[in-house]
Design a protein around this ligand. Sequence first.
Ligand code: SER
Length: 403
Amino acid sequence: MQSREIREKFLKFFEERGHTKIPSASLIPEGDKSVLFTTAGMQPLVPYLMGNEHPQGKRLVNIQKCVRTQDIEEVGDNTHDTFFEMLGNWSLGDYFKEEAIKWSFELLTSKEEGFGLDPKRLYITVFEGDENAPRDEEAFEIWKKYMPENRIYFMGAKSNWWSMGEDGPCGPDTEMFYDVTGKLGDMTKEEYMVADERQEVVEVWNDVFMEYLKKGGKVVGKLSQKNVDTGAGLERLTMALQGKNNIFETDLFAPLMGVTSSRIAADHIRTSVFMIADGVTPSNTDRGYILRRLLRRAYVSDKNIDPIVDAVINHPSYQGLYTFAPNTKEIIHDELAKFEKALSAGLKQVEKGADPFTLFTSYGLPLEIIKEVVPNLDEEKFKEEMKKHQELSRQSSSQKFSN
Ligand code: SER
């Protein structure tokens, strides 16, 4: 099943169950200063999850373009990417856990109406409870109608509580994982956690039961209505459906991987092209800086960028769905020409004795690239400095985004 068909099936399934299709919002959030990019399908829907009436009704479905860069160092493994499309359906104070779980299971496993995934390769997690909310026995009981009890694991807030940030709607979630090896069978919770760590199981869908409100990082009570917010990453779902163990072998990445051997370059250029389409240009601050870093990291992984840009722009899965900026290549060329100059200057400085860590702070190069360009790099020292740097940027970004 190709990615186009997966999108269509998802939308059709929920439209047939009373959901109205809404368009993907821009990657640049409208009127929300707390985040740089749209990171989830629910983000543009926050006012409606809080109780405002949505003009399209109480049941919505869409495919949302998202950018998440907090896992950027993970890109290159089997499942992480910085841009992805999120398939989502919402109940704004309408149906709740019973229908949400039923439909998730049906869509994933039904051969007629859904994706026909093997239920014997599914695993479920539900919230184990804490001071904010009780153990989600309700979700557990519902799941038992579809799944054997030993494949449903109770997990803590770290994995099974979802919120977008310090303020806003939030709640416990139930997540669905798929065995991409086809060999795992029954697993204890401990075995399941090891399989998750090894990326042998992959999260294909998340149903959040949003009935709580967070303020200043604390859960302060319940919302005026009970909502459902679901999210399925198209790339990961496609990987499960195409029988691959990594996203780079799916049809979403295949044309890109046909012109580069670097997963980092493929991922970062795809994200960059989508950012540029929504009006971001490289700069030294905020969104522009993230774009700049992505382009630089892509470039040091593979200097032959143009074919990757073409592969994104002409991608059969994006035709008729997304439009790209006509000056995409120009923007990228200008940026990389400047970088090429700066990089050779930086390397000269390092040759003359400057601390190689400046290649990270001033040029945004990741460790694995710096290791390549700086022979005999003291990795321990580098990692120490990285820790200090991350601590500092955490502090300054929490100051920045807190008001
Ligand atoms: N907001 C949840 C997530 O991002 C479900 O859509 O996973």
